[in-house]
Design a protein around this ligand. Structure first.
Ligand code: ASP
Length: 432
């Protein structure tokens, strides 16, 4: 607000931006950040007063009537800058105010735009969008599970999904053929800038497919999305490296192919031919990416016999962009004996296999079609596109670095009554 005595200028803001309001003889000046109803006339500005720096700089709003709809306290921090330097705890406590800032509104807008484009692309190609459960059974993606106690079956727990991996494969057994979902995934890992407890994947699965078909599909989808969002691509054909080549050339399986590392373009590349297994610390074997991945056909007999385990190559493909892993997927083991062989090599007993994966082996035995899929990290993709180094900047309500939620203070204690209903006892009361 700028007060020139008889004339007052102020900026009227909504989601789309700002417009300058000109008010004559304003009796009561509204405070900053108050919601108002205005009646007046949109006019061209006198030539001398045109502001070329803003989109609405050629017009202004001549105020006739002003109604204040609510009052606002002084905000705890300014919202007319980029906000990077504000203390995280304060920023996330008042995340709804932080989100008023242009940069964050733009990030949410562009994210919504991207999701819309990806969804349209897939629907147009005959994919079915299907939701899968959030209260479910543990599915291994290499992270710790979040557990939810069951009230009706005390002592038993649901796990929140680390990904919809098993359900999407079951949808292939069901004959859905082409599935996608913007799926929330929950992994209890130490939160970092490029990782939180919760994230969203564009999750895809296809029946009767091949590695090439999936890679081509994703490539056309992302090229089209980049064009529509006016983002430059380093290469419209994504280069492909084997895991070995990538390790030899870049010393890592994620790398940045941009010539100028500060440029805003996207440099996608594929990494393929990952080993299916790696050694665990105690001398056993575990999966490198996904226990449901299939080996290349030439390794199937070794796998079934548990031979040359370190040499078995998986039909696994990762997508990297500007130094980050933005996606990964595989052609799956669609025959029960192949999945069972993988689980055996990982050291599961027959009893454990039955308890943990019996439902999958059973489902695959009902004529599961060959299938494969992929998942893309939505936050990581849009963060790269928006030039943000933390995925928190593209989430509406991210967590703090110590794993508490923004605005609402979770995790928090529950009442004795709730614990009793769940038949749970806390061994040591946490300090409140
Ligand atoms: N479930 C895998 C993941 O979350 C993706 C996939 O293989 O489709 O990384």
């Amino acid at each position: 607000m700028r007060d020139h005595g008889k004339i007052t200028f102020f900026d009227l803001r909504d989601r789309s931006g700002i417009i300058q309001v000109v008010a004559a003889n304003l009796k009561k000046k509204p405070r900053l950040h108050t919601p108002v109803k205005v009646v007046g006339i949109v006019k061209e500005r006198p030539v001398k007063l045109v502001n070329t720096k803003i989109i609405t700089g050629k017009i202004e709003f001549e105020l006739k009537k002003l109604t204040v709809l609510n009052q606002s306290q002084t905000l705890p921090f300014p919202i007319d800058n980029n906000g990077y330097n504000i203390d995280e705890a304060l920023k996330l406590k008042y995340r709804y105010l932080d989100l008023r800032r242009r940069r964050l509104l733009d990030n949410l807008t562009r994210r919504s735009q991207m999701v819309d484009l990806l969804r349209r692309f897939l629907i147009k190609r005959d994919f079915l969008e299907v939701e899968t459960p959030i209260l479910t059974k543990s599915t291994p993606e290499g992270a710790r599970d979040f557990l939810v106690p069951s009230r009706l079956q005390p002592g038993y727990f649901y796990a929140l999904p680390q990904s919809p991996q098993q359900y999407k494969q079951l949808l292939m057994v069901a004959g859905v053929e082409r599935y996608f979902q913007f799926a929330r995934c929950l992994r209890d890992e130490d939160p970092r800038a490029d990782r939180g407890f919760e994230f969203t994947q564009l999750d895809i699965e296809i029946s009767f497919t091949s590695q090439e078909e999936i890679m081509n599909l994703i490539e056309s989808m992302l090229v089209k999305m980049a064009d529509q969002m006016k983002v430059k691509l380093t290469s419209r054909q994504f280069p492909v490296f084997s895991y070995q080549e990538a390790m030899n050339k870049f010393g890592a399986d994620k790398f940045d192919l941009r010539k100028d590392k500060n440029s805003q373009e996207l440099a996608f590349a594929w990494v393929i031919k990952f080993p299916l297994f790696e050694k665990t610390d105690d001398g056993g074997w575990t999966f490198t990416h996904n226990p449901f991945s299939s080996p290349y056909p030439e390794f199937e007999s070794d796998l079934l016999q548990g031979k040359n385990i370190n040499k078995i190559v998986a039909m696994q493909y990762d997508l990297v962009c500007n130094g980050y892993e933005v996606g990964g997927g595989s052609i799956r083991a669609h025959k029960p004996e192949v999945l069972e062989a993988v689980l055996k090599i990982m050291g599961y007993s027959s009893k454990q296999i039955k308890a943990k994966f019996g439902h999958m082996l059973e489902a695959l035995a009902f004529g599961a079609p060959p299938h494969g899929g992929i998942a893309l990290g939505i936050e990581r993709l849009i963060a790269i596109i928006q030039g943000e180094s933390s995925i928190k900047e593209v989430m509406a309500f991210p967590m703090t670095a110590s794993g508490t939620t923004s605005v609402m203070d979770a995790p928090s204690q529950v009442t004795k009554k709730q614990l009793k209903e769940l038949k749970l006892a806390i061994q040591k009361q946490p300090k409140s």
